[in-house]
Design a binder for this molecule. Structure first.
Ligand code: SAH
Ligand code: SF4
Length: 381
């Protein structure tokens, strides 16, 4: 248990920062100056905040800290991809990945340690749920990644142009903290990521989706993965609670609400022989008629003991072709940072597997494994 009683300013939104400074009898603009020092310039030392005045700096040191996770490990890949394992506390770590693509730099951020939802193809789900991240721990990933690019020396140059809440965890099940962290990401004094470029990905926690629309404007991605309830129940078990009809209605509400031509990104992991046939593609087209959407296909990223195979490129292209022909913008997520184990669904952190879910699972599905070479390939990653 931490005995820290000082307020951690890293996790405060602009409004909260202003309220904090008001309590100290300070003006709004002081809060804004500090916000910029912390996030834009990447500082964690009040003494370096040169426009604050000695007395205020001394006061801040008494009542506040600026504290993020600590870096346990980092690896920068040949292709520019960066991956970090950030330590949150004695027991828990999370993973964060940066993927550069031309002028764009996308940071994939975690919201929970593990995940309770146990999707059948996801290694994060296999480790079970440990705990939610605090706001400081969520925004701290952006803060630390940004610092790795040399702020404040590279003043003004923003390497992180996009943030996706697609790391470990289900962001809508850590609602308040994720919303506040996204608020800080979007703030001009901080990272200035535009609302179109902050994307929340959810497996479909329907009531929380509506709450999200009422709370903050960000891009929405939905982990669909199957075009009918029978299959989706199996792949994304939370579908039993919020079936496709309700999920599609919630997606439609998102595009109707904003009326600015935006679409929902439908994520669809391709599992060979499970959800990647022509019939599935046609069923998907039918389903999506109700919602303005674009589709992002993610060829399955294998991990040890997974009972699925990644379809070959021809199969992926064939599936994509059907959707393209039906008029859907359909992209295929290329795997990046393969050499550092940073692909989707391979984010497992360094946490203990409290539930032994992975081991039980292995015992259960091992006899069904088709190709041993697949396992060893995954193990090498
Ligand atoms: N929990 C949220 C966000 C994190 S997962 C969600 O499920 O949407 C980010 C994306 O990676 C999701 O679309 C998820 O389904 C996908 N994913 C998980 N495991 C994967 C794997 N092994 N291969 C490919 N994609 C995977
Ligand atoms: Fe959780 Fe998303 Fe993984 Fe499903 S895919 S287990 S919701 S992190």
């Amino acid at each position: 248990m931490s005995t820290e009683t000082r307020t951690n300013l890293l996790g405060l939104t602009r409004a909260q920062m202003e309220a904090f400074f008001a309590e100290l009898g300070e003006k709004k603009f002081r809060a804004q100056q500090v916000m910029k020092w912390i996030h834009f310039y990447g500082l964690d030392d009040f003494d370096e905040m040169t426009n604050l005045g000695k007395a205020l700096r001394a006061k801040l040191k008494e009542v506040a800290v600026i504290e993020g996770p600590t870096e346990e490990y980092h690896h920068y890949s040949q292709d520019g991809t960066r991956k970090w394992v950030f330590r949150l506390d004695e027991k828990n770590c999370v993973e964060t990945v940066f993927i550069p693509e031309g002028k764009r730099g996308t940071l994939c951020v975690s919201s929970q340690v593990g995940c309770a939802l146990d999707c059948s193809f996801c290694s994060t789900g296999k480790q079970g749920y440990m705990r939610d991240l605090t706001v400081a721990e969520i925004i701290g990933q952006v803060w630390l990644a940004n610092r790795s690019f040399g702020v404040p020396e590279n003043k003004g140059h923003r390497n992180i142009t996009n943030v996706v809440m697609m790391g470990m965890g289900e962001p809508l099940l850590n609602f308040d903290n994720v919303v506040n962290a996204m608020d800080i990401m979007k703030d001009d004094l901080s990272y200035g990521v535009s609302k179109k470029r902050v994307t929340l990905s959810t497996s479909g926690i329907v009531p929380k989706m509506y709450e999200l629309y009422d709370t903050i404007d960000v891009s929405l991605a939905v982990s669909l993965h199957a075009p009918n309830d029978e299959l989706r129940d199996e792949l994304v078990p939370v579908n039993k609670r919020y079936p496709l009809k309700e999920l599609m209605k919630a997606c439609r509400e998102y595009t109707d609400r904003y009326k600015d031509g935006r679409r929902v990104t439908m994520e669809y992991v391709l599992l060979e022989g499970v959800n990647d046939t022509f019939q599935h593609a046609h069923e998907l087209i039918e389903l999506l008629k109700a919602v303005p959407s674009k589709i992002n296909l993610i060829p399955f990223n294998p991990f040890p003991h997974a009972p699925y195979k990644k379809p070959n490129n021809m199969r992926v292209r064939a599936f994509q072709e059907v959707l393209l022909n039906a008029g859907y913008v359909t992209t295929v997520r290329t795997t990046r940072g393969d050499d550092i184990d940073a692909a989707c669904g391979q984010l497992v952190g360094q946490v203990q597997d409290k539930t032994r879910r992975s081991a039980q699972w292995q015992e259960k599905i091992q006899p069904k494994m088709i190709e041993v070479s697949d396992i060893s390939r995954a193990n090498r990653n």
